[in-house]
Design a protein. Structure first.
Length: 327
């Protein structure tokens, strides 16, 4: 039954249906609907409930509407124009006549629903269409029984295989990235192991003992022997009290050492040692073997006098007591 709300006009419908068909084959009903823009033809799709009057009318007329989910459902294409839109529907109907041979069948009216922009529904019906339906073997003189057609090849989605393939691909990529990162990590520059510097007094004693064990005096190189002892003591004093002993003059060293608190032990000995070293260096005095050995002994004495006492030793305790008494 058609239904057109008040104020709405019936859409323009053009329809075609084949005049001849074959039993068991689909015959398409081609419908062209010209409607306003913003309106939708068959908003709920072409579906007919089995318990509805339309479906019963189709069955009585000998037609069946294929299931839309079976791959042969209706097709709707909408083309928008400047002032209106055109929707083309193609609805297949399978003719199943009750009697064999040639049959004249009548396709009953098919309702077409149009949803307007206002929300109203317009329902119009197509005209009945006659069709001459023949058997598939109507033109054969001696029809033979034909076997069923060969089954179509079907592909089933193998979910597990797909997941395993994706997992293997991801695993290969992650493995390659991990190997690359490990290779870069293994080729990184190796850090130079840290070697803790020796304490100044330990390094000075070792250097002075090495000078004592050298063959400089036996080779007659007394001046070099004396210079090495002087440089070792200067370098030690600079490292011990925080200045550059090799680049400082004797006067600068004396002023620096005089400002050290608590006072430097054996400062007079250090002053005499530095003055004798300057005499040998600047006055071109060649030291004798005894002078060299005496300078070495004074250097060792200077280092031991200025070595910080270890915690808990008797020397440290006596120094603390002396400092308290002087206070």
């Amino acid at each position: 039954m058609e239904r057109v709300p008040e104020g709405a006009s019936r859409p323009k419908i053009t329809e075609t249906f084949p005049e001849r068909g074959t039993s068991g084959w689909a015959a398409p009903l081609e419908i062209t609907v010209v409607h306003g823009k913003g309106e939708t033809v068959m908003p709920g799709g072409v579906r007919v409930e089995r318990s509805s009057d339309q479906y019963k009318a189709l069955e009585e007329a000998g037609f069946v509407l294929p299931d839309p989910d079976g791959g042969a459902g209706p097709i709707a294409v909408t083309e928008a124009g400047e002032t209106s839109s055109t929707t083309k529907l193609s609805i297949p109907f399978v003719a199943l006549p009750k009697n064999p041979g040639r049959n004249v069948m009548m396709l009953p009216p098919v309702p077409i629903t149009l949803a307007r922009a206002s929300g109203d529904l317009v329902t119009v019906c197509t005209a009945p269409h006659p069709i001459l339906v023949e058997d598939p073997i109507a033109n054969e003189l001696d029809p033979k029984v034909r076997p069923n057609p060969e089954g179509r090849s079907q592909r089933e989605e193998w979910v597990l295989a797909k997941q395993l393939a994706v997992g293997a691909l991801v695993g290969a990529i992650l493995t390659a990235i991990g190997a690359w990162l490990f290779l870069r990590w293994s080729r990184r520059p190796k850090p130079v192991p840290y070697v803790a510097p020796k304490l100044p007094w330990i390094a000075a004693i070792e250097e002075l003992e090495a000078i004592r064990a050298s063959t400089l005096i036996a080779e007659g190189r007394n001046d070099e022997y004396f210079d090495r002892v002087s440089d070792c003591v200067r370098k030690y004093l600079g490292a011990r009290y925080g200045f550059d002993g090799l680049e400082s003059t004797t006067d600068e060293m004396q002023r620096t050492l005089a400002r050290v608190r608590p006072p430097v032990r054996g400062l007079d000995t250090i002053t005499r040692f530095l003055e004798e070293a300057d005499l040998v260096k600047f006055a071109r005095v060649v030291p004798s073997e005894n002078d060299c050995l005496a300078a070495l002994d004074r250097g060792i004495t200077i280092v031991r006098n200025t070595t910080p006492p270890q915690a808990g030793s008797g020397e440290a305790t006596s120094r603390k007591e002396a400092a308290g008494g002087s206070a």
